[in-house]
Design a binder for this molecule. Structure first.
Ligand code: KIV
Length: 264
């Protein structure tokens, strides 16, 4: 078995091979995910909600992401591992660089940050210093207090054009991957077609190059409100290994996400 790399993801984009990714926070699940064909994992700051029980991702610290990154890396040594830069750990390029160093030393292959063109200098600085960067556009949960809730983004033409420009600017600055969260399918298609880097969607329809889900959502164990794009693979498959395999297969076949999981 070989380690999954960014060049592999670029090849998958070219080949139109749709790939499934999951968030992971510990070693046992990371190992299980890898065994079932999940080759890309994210230590997301969603851990603030699903692991810690907070009502947003804002309280998560860099030390917490680093701790979970070390755990996941031990369980999935060959996975392409992304780690989130939490809220207020990348307000300047210098701060981003210091924060990213902590996560790369913990075992991440790449860091993810939320936001558009204002981050270009940061993306350039990280990339030039050997830290691969994944952008995150659309519904960026760290901006929940600006958005006034967890809402679909890019619905009108002005917002959609802004998002496309942000995506192109991040790519131009050196970002090698983009997560697109909660946007209408047509906008997700446009971004995926216009960018040469792979685009991973969540609540963005089945038109992106890859998909990501928070693992608790994919296993139907999230309490409270269930977002439209979420599918409980565990109740359909019956056991955790089969559920993860079903998710991987349905993403590869373009069955998940279906129209019922997508925004028009
Ligand atoms: O923190 C996270 O889990 C994420 C995914 C939802 C993309 O950013």
């Amino acid at each position: 078995m070989k380690a999954t790399t960014l060049s592999q993801l670029r090849q998958w984009k070219q080949d139109n091979h749709k790939f499934a990714t999951l968030t992971a926070y510990d070693s046992s699940f990371a190992q299980l995910f890898a065994e079932q064909g999940v080759n890309v994992m994210l230590v997301g700051d969603s851990l603030g909600m699903v692991m810690q029980g907070n009502d947003s991702t804002l309280p998560v610290t860099i030390e917490e992401i680093a701790y979970h990154t070390r755990c996941v890396r031990r369980g999935a040594p060959l996975a392409l591992l992304l780690a989130d830069l939490p809220f207020m750990t990348y307000a300047t390029p210098e701060q981003a660089f210091a924060s990213a160093a902590v996560l790369m030393r913990a075992g991440a292959n790449m860091v993810k940050l939320e936001g558009g063109s204002w981050l270009c200098d940061t993306v350039r600085m990280l990339t030039e210093r050997a830290v691969p960067v994944c952008g995150h556009l659309g519904l960026t949960p760290q901006s929940v207090n600006i958005f006034g809730g967890y809402k679909v983004q890019g619905r009108d033409e002005v917002a959609a054009n802004l998002l496309v420009n942000d995506a192109l600017a991040l790519e131009e600055a050196g970002a090698q991957l983009l997560v697109l969260e909660c946007v209408p399918v047509d906008l997700a298609r446009r971004v995926t077609e216009e960018l040469s880097i792979p685009v991973i969607g969540i609540g963005a329809g089945n038109v992106t190059d890859g998909q990501i889900l928070v693992m608790q959502d994919a296993l139907g164990i999230t309490s409270g409100h269930t977002a439209k794009f979420v599918k409980d693979f565990l109740s359909e498959a019956g056991d955790i290994r089969s559920a993860v395999r079903l998710y991987v297969d349905q993403v590869a076949q373009g069955i998940y996400p279906g129209e019922e999981h997508s925004f028009k």
